[in-house]
Design a protein around this ligand. Structure first.
Ligand code: DGL
Length: 291
């Protein structure tokens, strides 16, 4: 067997759980010939209420795990890790091309806004880091950024309370209504201060949130454009691969999933989010990341 060329190696992607799949979906759309290795650190989700040091530690461990699978490029498909750990990752893993999710979302927000009043929702850690504000302000001084932490969304989404449920016949009518109402109430409360500021763009600053985009859209109505970074991130991945001469020519691509806790939930909800059946999934022990 001949030597595998670098361009045929997989792209490595990690998130604390299911959220990064919203990015995976767009990467598959744009780059269907790429192999992907995905790590969902489901035993330690959520990252969003952890301290900076822990978030950096987990992000380094996840990267080391993916590097053992010989990845050619890393996508940090987690805003929380992108906000705190990317500089460190770039410093430690100098040779590895790395794409994060905050910059693409911030740039899209600026392209979209007309009144320069931008709302950002994210995990507590992402909001605390002010990562979006810093990037948006760097590109445009006059922009105003209004931020709101929305920490209860991630556990609900990990539990499977996602838009797809409302279209899924396996759920009873009552279950569908309950899911929708609870997320809706929460979203109304969370978004009130941002709506009061008259924002015209809402950035989903957490890769989990596109999973409930339909409900969020309902609440902000037509006056506010919703931005999620998944599509822009996929474009950035493509650019980075082209720049490094790493685009794959494979005819068929494989996706492998690793999770650090029971794969059952991830498989069911992940398949809904990806709109594609998740088959190739393995559970690994967290201790494997710690070595
Ligand atoms: N999906 C991640 C993010 O974009 C992490 C959410 C969490 O683990 O709290 O921030």
């Amino acid at each position: 067997m001949g030597k595998i060329s670098s361009s045929e190696l997989p792209i490595g992607i990690f998130d604390s759980g299911l959220g990064g799949l919203t990015v995976v979906k767009e990467i598959i759309n744009l780059l269907p010939n790429e192999d992907i290795i995905y790590l969902g650190d489901t035993a330690r989700v959520p990252y969003g209420n952890k301290s900076k040091d822990i978030i950096i530690k987990y992000s380094i461990q996840n990267t080391k795990f993916l590097l053992k699978h010989n990845i050619k490029l890393l996508v940090v498909a987690c805003n929380t890790s992108s906000s705190y750990a990317v500089l460190k990752l770039k410093k430690i893993f100098k040779e590895l091309p790395i794409v994060e999710v905050v910059t693409p979302g911030a740039k899209t927000a600026l392209k979209t806004t007309k009144n320069y009043k931008i709302g950002v929702i994210g995990t507590k850690a992402t909001i605390r880091s002010r990562s979006y504000e810093k990037i948006i302000k760097k590109f445009c001084k006059k922009a105003k950024v209004y931020m709101q932490a929305t920490p209860l969304f991630v556990p609900l989404i990990e539990e499977g309370w996602v838009d797809e449920v409302y279209k899924n016949k396996n759920y009873t009518q009552q279950q569908r209504i309950n899911h929708k109402n609870i997320i809706k109430q929460l979203a109304i409360e969370y978004l009130k201060p941002l709506k009061n500021q008259n924002i015209d763009v809402l950035v989903l600053g957490c890769t989990h949130y596109p999973a409930i985009k339909m409900i969020l859209k309902d609440i902000v109505a037509n006056k506010v454009e919703i931005v999620d970074s998944a599509i822009e991130t996929a474009k950035e991945v493509k650019e980075m691969l082209v720049k490094n001469n790493l685009l794959s020519n494979k005819k068929t691509a494989k996706i492998k999933f690793y999770v650090t806790d029971d794969p059952h939930n991830f498989k069911i909800i992940g398949s809904m989010l990806l709109n594609k059946k998740i088959r190739n999934i393995r559970k690994i022990e967290v201790s494997m990341l710690e070595t």
